[in-house]
Design a binder for this molecule. Sequence first.
Ligand code: NAD
Ligand code: MG
Length: 394
Amino acid sequence: MKQRLTILGSTGSIGTSTLDVVARHPQDYEVFALSAATQVDAMLAQCAQFQPRFAVMASPEHGRALAEKIQANGLATQVLQSPDALDRIAAHEEVDAVMGAIVGAAGLGPCLAAARAGKRLLLANKEALVVGGALFMDTVKRHGATLLPIDSEHSAIFQCLPEDRGSWATRVDSILLTASGGPFRQRDPASLSQITPEQACAHPNFSMGRKISVDSATMMNKALEVIEARWLFDMAPEQIKVVIHPQQIVHSMVQFKDASVLAQLGTPDMRVPIACGLAWPERIVSGAAMLDFSKLAALTFEEADAQRFPGLHLSWQALRATEGTTTVLNAANEVAVDAFLNRRLSFDRIHAVNLETLEKMPLPRAPGSLEDLLALDAQARVFARVAVERWALA
Ligand code: NAD
Ligand code: MG
């Protein structure tokens, strides 16, 4: 039986890599629905190639533009246009698996809809877990959804852990998340204020979306991944460690109680964790190159420099603080990164905005529902925008 797929965020880096893997296995996968924010022409090309039943754009204006082009090209795809369109394609009864590849908190709602519908959920959208980890994991459990991590580190950990989830607490000592260190790992910390969006988005090993590229450069990406790991694997914050590994061959490791360490290795290509999630527990060709050990010069590991990457430690602090703090941290970071990409904030002040938002934003009560989380997210964005204005002038 073919797996029918919805891809949320199909025009992005993860979305296009997912379609690349899917195109290699036309007998096994069928694209049911695609979604994107604004990239009408890219979506049109995907609709022509994969002929999904439905396509969704983020605004009525982009939806109309797509619908016109779809009609002009004689395609059968129906453009859905309603506030709940993403939830509908994520939870549709004919869908087997959903790839959550929207960037940011915007992905939380539709991913939760997929979880509520008990889908096989391939989760790349780490911000969804940072914003609403407790609610997310509870929803997955209650509705019998299958959650498969796509973030390469979390896919690695998932592959190293025993299949019996119940045994993790007694067998696992800690999780070692590897980090590339980003493009500025060796740059003089005094010159970080000069970094441009172009430099920050030129990641050495992957071609990624702009937001995650900036997060990798500040190491906020790793901070978000620590929080993501806490929820995916039900670990205490102190069980999650970060180690810099610039070659990105070891994608992460699990250390067991007896001091044995299991690692997952491979070429740094997101099609590997994507193929792993699509086929799990089977294995399929991903299109990535096989790892050639004769060409690997060295695998090196080092500690993260806390002065250069002050944001990294916010993850453990936020996890230990009042519930809702990680929601605030994520919102602040989305606002700060956006301001940096739009040249309104210097690179080294992304952290200042995150810190100030965390300090100033009151946390009234623990957010229990999606509505609570979205309200908290919106409120934190207001505080973060004020902080951006202040730091932009300072
Ligand atoms: P991207 O910017 O390349 O793509 C994002 C996709 O989401 C696009 O299709 C865009 O149209 C859509 N989108 C953006 N905002 C939206 C909104 N408000 N509503 C609906 N759709 C929206 O990003 P990416 O690099 O593919 O990353 C996607 C997610 O996967 C992020 O959460 C990222 O952290 C995670 N991730 C990415 C990589 C990678 O290598 N790119 C690796 C690990 C995890
Ligand atoms: Mg990652």
